[in-house]
Design a binder for this molecule. Sequence first.
Ligand code: WT7
Length: 691
Amino acid sequence: QTVGNDPGRVACAELSSWVNAMWLPAKCAAAGRGVWASRLCVLRRSGSNTAAFMPEAAGFGGVSGRAALQDFSLSDGDSFWAAAARHRLSWSRPFRTVRDCDLSRGRIKWFEDGELNVSVNCLDRHVHTCPERVALIWERDERGSEVRYTYRELLEMTCRVGNLLRRRGVKKGDCVTIYMPTCPLAVASMLACARIGAAHNVVFAGFSAEALAERIRDAQSSTVITVNQGVRGGKVTELKKTVDAAVQSCPTVQQVFVAMRTEKPVTMTARDVAMEEEMLKEDVVCEPAAMSSEDILFLLYTSGSTGKPKGLVHTQAGYLLYAALTHRYVFSYQDGDVFGCVADIGWITGHSYTVYGPLANGATTVLFESTPVYPDPGRYWDMVERLKINQFYGAPTAIRLLLRYGDQWVNKYDRSSLKTLGSVGEPINTEAWEWYHRVVGEGRCPVVDTWWQTETGGICIAPKPSEPDAEIVPGMAMRPFFGIKPVLMDAEGKVLTTNNTSGALCMAQPWPGMARTIHNDHQRFIETYFRPYPGYFFTGDGAYRSKEGYYQITGRLDDVINVSGHRIGTAEIEDVVNQCPAVAESAVIGYSHSIKGEAVYAFVVLKKDVNVPEAELSKELKSIVSEKIAKYASPDLIQFVKRLPKTRSGKIMRRVLRKVVESDLDSLGDLSTLDDPTAVQEIIQGHQELL
Ligand code: WT7
């Protein structure tokens, strides 16, 4: 196969940008010039599926049009998903059974007897057809220093990492923890795991050593990949030091790969491996493992209402198919578009819409390393102009923040490349929606408010796909995606059949992208998602269905707070607060915040003999939470109280706390079960003093 003309040169350019875009001529000589052009890897193809790209309608057995496709996807899901899977993915062994699912038992399997490799689907097949197409544009923190990687370069980098992992003993079925900022080597590391059949566990690089350690231990990783330092918003973070601290309490960890994001050397121990140096020794060809559809692709930890974070498990084929399909149809992605999802790869949005969805579709995807306001509030739109971004996908919290800085930061830049604007993570309020639509998109780009979760793997409810002139109501997620059947439940657990009604949001049918289990705790998976409404998947969210049948998400029904689109369980924060020696007990709730959507409010009861000034304690508690979990989880407000409102059986009445904080004193509700009614009066008074 012919794949470009000078692989040696490409290898050099690529290696240099791993290390902060510096040129390393001496090392390039060792870079395995010329070997790979003749040995480019593909999985053996067999069966009927040979074409990766065919005209659109063919992908759904000839059915076209949104309504017809939606009907087809629900009435004959097997045929719909089989057609999509054959058309969109390259299989090394074709599947025969489409699905084997039983929601009442939390059993979900798709394409189980088929085999493929996710990295081949995201890389090799595009290298065959368009090796020089840009796969990644790394928008580095330093504005204007973006670096591009072609599909050929990304495949090569992935193969080197894959070989390195293999040489260092990582095997099929192992789980590698990745603690890196959003950068090409992080993407290559994810894909390298997929290539050799290891699962990855990406931990957001804003998490503390303790939160990281907890996730490494639960995932039982023996290998961690990190960088010396991170750079975000002009600030340096010591990621390697955080890993050092974390692995002290992780007996499973045998090796830590350290890549260089900055030039600052870090102390290396016997356990540490200089990643780029070792990559240079590796071949640029790496045999992909043939994976069964239901082998694990990755774990991703997220918060629940109780206990420790849960490692949701996503598998190979179903996840990739769903990410690819939603990426194409929700954002009206077309071949050649530049897709700009600004989420960090540490969240599911980064997994599905920065990495897997776009790469499976052969898109050019942007890796955004910075913040919306660095070095100034024009950063996003400057980037849109410079990189000619066609689809921009961001979070309401950032939109609300930028809106306050005024239109001039937007208008300064040419946004004519934009075609679709996406929103994710939390409800988008009407003001932010209108501004996004009118100012950012000049009124000509549809705004797609996309509802989904770590658990769903990809977008489930969004205004698109739809007929070109179909209505989009501001702030509404609108319509289910193909194969998605939302239902609303009333308090008794009955399906609400009418419109203009609200209830608990559930899904009545399985879809290929949904999580398969919680790592090491299938029982919890069943209890959380399938027990509350037997036969249905319960999302944890409430929703409203309008007269027209459109969906609007109203927020979490459980004790999970959504701070700037990031989930955190109240129990996790309470756990950390309660560890402070001065604290007797605490109750944490979320309250509405103009920028963050929700912010954390902690009620704290101190032990009897504590004499430290409250202001000091408040500061300390905030920093403890940042240190032990992450900055975003830190309480904005802490109110010290003598006692918490409890029922006679000892349960904290959070409902009452919420009403006090919302200043909705008229609807405190039934207080008759309250153990000591004076507690509420004290809390109301204390709250007013705090404000
Ligand atoms: C929770 C999932 C899915 C990517 C980011 C968050 C809330 C998410 C929306 C939206 C209203 C939304 C829900 C959901 N959420 N998107 N468009 N409108 N709420 O993933 O961390 O798993 O959080 O985020 O409450 O349950 P996650």
